[in-house]
Design a protein around this ligand. Structure first.
Ligand code: SAM
Length: 292
């Protein structure tokens, strides 16, 4: 009998993928970790029963999280990723040769170990000398960084979702965003994924409401991700300077999703999505479709 991976983001909806085989399963101190091989999406990482990244469609999420801020910042040299233990986001950030230092703060060493062993498409980043992995809670790391004067040009949150009892919930608080703000240089950019608003509009509302209270600019952008329930997926960006809706430099290596046109279009919000935003964010989310 066929085995199916099933994920539900709402009691009235399920998304299923046919599983060819379970490649790895472990219980870490933080979460259950699974790697499954699926018929449609290939090798995929699942944490606490939630799909995190699949070989076949990960490029959409990772390119949009990495290249929107990289293309809109004038000279990003020091970048911080919080979460991201699968390595996919680090791999894409490091394709930009201007990056001198990439810190990745992952709470769960076993996720990195699983990615190194079972996700060949993601693990290439782990050999790059510009990457340093810190195994600790991102909330604690950023609190120390903000107190010690360590500064970054771009900070990206690539964590698990805030729902449930997983460690991701510490990364969706006001204290965390406040520390992020202080750990960014003038002109710095912050991006956090804010989930699928069709089913979980409160994540987008809460994060954007918090980011707009701290940053000079807060803008929301989106893409579609076939393997995540809810289809349409959002990111919330806070900027201390550059307009993140406007690419300033070409991304001049091959991409599979990102283009400067997609970059600008991603900030064009469907009316239903605008209605899900606090008024203070909505008023800022006006796309500027001018050429870079
Ligand atoms: N692309 C994914 C998504 O949106 O579903 C996220 C992938 S990545 C595997 C998420 C990582 O965030 C996990 O490995 C998890 O251990 C890590 N994480 C969760 N909470 C964390 C925290 N408080 N500090 C550092 N890493 C955390």
């Amino acid at each position: 009998m066929a085995l199916w991976f099933e994920e539900s983001a709402s009691p009235g909806h399920r998304l299923q993928s046919k599983v060819l085989q379970q490649v790895y399963f472990a219980q870490s101190p933080y979460q259950t970790i699974e790697v499954i091989d699926t018929e449609e999406f290939g090798l995929s990482l699942v944490l606490d029963g939630i799909m995190q990244t699949t070989t076949r469609d990960e490029f959409i999420y990772h390119e949009m999280l990495a290249y929107v801020p990289i293309a809109s910042h004038p000279a990003p040299r020091q970048i911080l990723i919080i979460g991201g233990g699968d390595g996919g986001l680090a791999r894409d950030v490091l394709k930009f040769s201007g990056v001198q230092e990439l810190d990745l703060v992952e709470i769960d060493r076993m996720v990195v170990d699983a990615a190194k062993q079972f996700l060949p498409t993601h693990r290439v980043a782990f050999n790059d000398p510009r990457l340093t992995i810190h195994y600790e809670d991102g909330a604690r790391y950023i609190q120390r960084a903000s107190q010690s004067g360590k500064l970054y040009d771009i900070i990206l949150v690539d964590s698990t979702d805030p729902e449930g009892e997983g460690p991701g919930k510490f990364l969706y608080t006001h204290a965390f965003h406040d520390d992020i703000y202080r750990a960014l240089r003038p002109g710095g950019i912050y991006v956090q994924h804010t989930g699928a608003p069709f089913f979980n509009p409160e994540v987008l509302w809460d994060v954007s409401n918090d980011v707009v209270s701290l940053f000079a600019q807060c803008q929301v952008y989106w893409c579609t991700i076939p393997s995540y329930p809810g289809g349409l997926f959002t990111f919330t960006a806070g900027s201390k300077g550059p307009n993140v809706a406007i690419p300033q430099r070409p991304i001049d290596w091959p991409t599979s999703w990102y283009t400067p046109q997609i970059h600008r279009l991603a900030f064009e919000l469907p009316p239903f999505l605008k209605k899900l935003l606090p008024a203070s964010v909505r008023s800022q989310s006006i796309p500027n479709m001018g050429t870079p």
